[in-house]
Design a protein around this ligand. Structure first.
Ligand SMILES: [Mn+2]
Length: 190
């Protein structure tokens, strides 16, 4: 959230591509307003993100409160929510074409929680949820950001103590490298 605030100070409200098993949009988490399950609620409250240019991809799994059930709060605010089930067995490329249209040329922040991926691909994380994205779908999402005015990106929740064979670090490092490659102005050849 602090990171998004820094981008807000430079660019104003940003579009948000949030890839995660969890919505991280709860008002409170175990009674706390500032927690790893609340950053996007706080970002919304502070006006840092443009709700109708916010998309959450890969959501599934457990919730901390009955009030967190479903994703109705986000939808009411204008977020687009794409649960994991809607990603199963599919290429993410068509979705990302829609996301590019949705974002237009507003500044956009990409936040990628490694637990969006299935624990088969990225087990080294604190709140793994089965039924997640493949690493290939993760690449499609990031590569599909080419053409979007990305101003910043992160990759969160890699947890070395749980990453017993290094798979998650490898995947996380590669996803971050791919993010650098789609920043505006980066030259590449096909
Ligand atoms: Mn998560």
């Amino acid at each position: 959230m602090q990171l998004i605030f820094a981008y807000y100070e430079k660019h104003g409200p940003v579009g948000l591509i949030h890839v995660d098993a969890h919505a991280d949009s709860s008002d409170e988490m175990l009674g706390e307003k500032i927690a790893h399950g609340t950053p996007f609620r706080r970002a919304f409250d502070e006006g840092l993100i443009i709700p109708e240019k916010t998309i959450q991809i890969g959501l599934r799994g457990s919730q901390y409160s009955v009030k967190d059930g479903g994703q109705s709060w986000q939808v009411e605010q204008g977020f687009r929510v794409v649960p994991a089930e809607e990603c199963w067995y599919k290429s993410m490329s068509p979705l990302m074409a829609e996301v590019r249209d949705m974002m237009g040329q507003v500044p956009v922040y990409l936040s990628f929680d490694i637990d969006a991926l299935d624990p088969a691909f990225a087990p080294g994380t604190g709140t793994p949820e089965i039924g997640g994205l493949t690493s290939i779908q993760g690449l499609e999402i990031i590569r599909g950001c080419r053409g979007i005015k990305l101003v910043g990106a992160d990759l969160v929740e890699v947890s070395p103590p749980y990453d017993t064979n290094g798979t998650t670090a490898l995947t996380g490092a590669n996803l971050l490298f791919e993010m650098l490659c789609v920043l505006p102005g980066v030259k590449y050849s096909d």
